[in-house]
Design a protein around this ligand. Structure first.
Ligand code: NAD
Length: 484
């Protein structure tokens, strides 16, 4: 069998030590890999490269498409771009996979039988970083959720469940409030779940779901979430498993994948042969499954479980009552190597078979539903205004009504303030004026909207943005406000 080339970054702080230990273990276990080392991190940043990666290092990644990365130190001070965010966006790593497992009674935890995999969407939601200051008082962040983006991550979660012998996939979202964005994520989840009748599916509103996850994590198996909820809950899950230092993670894309520990470079522990290499090692186990060497992944993982069970522990998880031997990074690696071929006696052994099949964007686009009929039916014009009441604003905006469009509503932070607003409603300087066709049900043209904007401009008001209102196959593609 030919070796698989992988790109390896030794990172900063404890990075080089835990990487050396990890590579030592996986090669001793028979990993069929060719290592291409690259330099990333602190020294690269300090040479003035604000992505933390030398341009030629990207070539290695483009070639191997597999990246095993030790933690890096981001220098203090501004102007440095997160290496993870750059890698994620440049290589389209849409899925972040983080198994959160407790190893009771060998590692202290309040949740002895926790075994949850968090699968977080990695590219969309509020993480596109599209933000604006629109008025003196108002900031805006765009939350973008797409059908192909949701399909990819949700299908990946079901494929992961199937290939890892998992029984259930749970979706967290908040579609009682965000009916369009989270509503789409929920709908796509329900559609895709039907294709996997062998896997149980369920969904939770994220607030109560998060409370349940923190209280009773054993009720969950695989959890799939949009980006922001996933970011928060993957940390909660890792923390309550009692094993932040033991967790690895994978970032998976169509073209490329990156594997790492979830912890940082722990600079204070660097160079002392103290650090626990387990997080990076479990990241490397996920990499071995990904590069189709599940036999090696199982050997490494089971030997590691046996080492933990035998009480051979680094300082961070060492406890007099359960641990038997306190070891350094190198000795821990030797202990795992000595147990290659052994199975854990109490903890559940693993048996990896295949990597989850993931569907590429081209496949998703190829089988997209026919395009729906999209009709422009109105426009919301946002105004920066702090000079008076909603009635006064309505009077001015009505001057802007053009022949075909008429002001139908004004809201402030989503609350309807005209017509028939309530004096108690608190308002800011950020107003939304909705214009609909004067003749109910008529279609609207872009020319009518540009004419309207010229008329708004002539009133002297500052319009900060517009949002066109469309219907799709007759269904409103915009939210109604309370009281509309
Ligand atoms: P950290 O994860 O490095 O350390 C937090 C605590 O956990 C420290 O007490 C540390 O000693 C301990 N710890 C972490 N990993 C350990 C291990 N393997 N073995 C034993 N003990 C371990 O977090 P931090 O101190 O907030 O950050 C340090 C640096 O790491 C910062 O520069 C930060 O930007 C960077 N960081 C990098 C990554 C990454 O590269 N993926 C992730 C997080 C933080």
């Amino acid at each position: 069998m030919t070796n698989v080339p992988i790109t390896v970054a030794h990172g900063d702080g404890i990075g080089p030590e835990i990487m050396e230990a990890t590579l030592h273990i996986i090669t001793a276990a028979g990993a069929r890999i060719d290592i291409e080392p690259i330099e990333v991190g602190e020294q690269v940043y300090l040479r003035g490269i604000n992505s933390g990666v030398e341009p030629k290092a990207w070539d290695s990644l483009r070639r191997t498409k597999v990246f095993l990365k030790a933690p890096i130190t981001t220098p203090q001070g501004g102007g440095y771009k997160s290496l993870n965010v750059t890698t994620r966006t440049m290589f389209g790593l849409y899925a972040n996979v983080r198994p959160c497992v407790s190893y009771y009674p060998f590692v202290a935890t309040k949740h002895p039988s926790m075994d949850v995999v968090i699968i977080r969407e990695n590219e969309e939601d509020t993480y596109t970083g599209i933000e604006y200051r629109q008025t003196h008082d108002m900031m805006e962040s765009l939350k973008l959720i797409s059908r192909p983006g949701s399909e990819k991550i949700i299908r990946y979660a079901f494929e992961y469940a199937r290939s890892h012998g998992r029984k259930k996939v749970t979706c967290f979202m908040k579609d009682n409030i965000m009916k369009m964005t989270d509503g789409l994520f929920h709908r796509v989840f329900d559609e895709i779940a039907k294709e996997y009748p062998d896997i149980i599916n369920e969904n939770w509103i994220v607030d109560i779901g998060a409370a349940k996850l923190a209280d009773t994590p054993e009720a969950f198996d695989v959890v799939v979430l949009p980006n922001l909820y996933g970011d928060i809950l993957s940390d909660v899950a890792a923390q309550i498993a009692g094993s932040v230092g033991l967790a690895g993670s994978a970032n998976i894309g169509d073209q490329c994948a990156m594997f790492e520990a979830i912890h940082g470079s722990a600079p204070r522990r660097a160079g002392q042969n103290l650090a626990n290499p387990s997080g990076l090692l479990l990241g490397a186990v996920m990499m071995l499954v990904h590069i189709d060497q599940p036999d090696v992944a199982s050997r490494v993982h089971n030997a590691w479980l046996r080492t933990i069970e035998d009480g051979v522990h680094t300082y961070d998880i060492f406890k007099e009552s359960v641990s038997k031997q306190k070891v350094g990074t190198k000795e821990f690696a030797d202990a795992v190597i000595a147990r290659l071929g052994q199975q854990p006696q109490q903890l559940k052994a693993v048996n990896y078979t295949t990597a989850p099949r993931h569907i590429s964007e081209t496949q998703i686009l190829a089988r997209k539903d026919p395009l729906s009929e999209k009709v422009l039916v109105g426009v919301d014009v946002f105004i920066d205004w702090h000079d008076g009441s909603s009635d006064q604003l309505a009077t001015i905006m009505q001057q802007a009504n053009d022949a075909g469009l008429t002001l139908s509503m004004i809201t402030n932070r989503g609350a309807k303030v005209w017509p028939n607003g309530m004096p108690e409603t608190f308002t800011t300087d950020h107003w939304r004026c909705r214009f609909m066709p004067a003749q109910k049900g008529a279609a609207v043209t872009h020319t009518q909207i540009t004419n309207l904007l010229q008329r708004v401009d002539a009133t002297g008001l500052d319009f900060i943005k517009i949002e066109n209102l469309y219907t799709f196959d007759g269904q409103a593609g915009y939210s109604m406000s309370a009281g509309e």
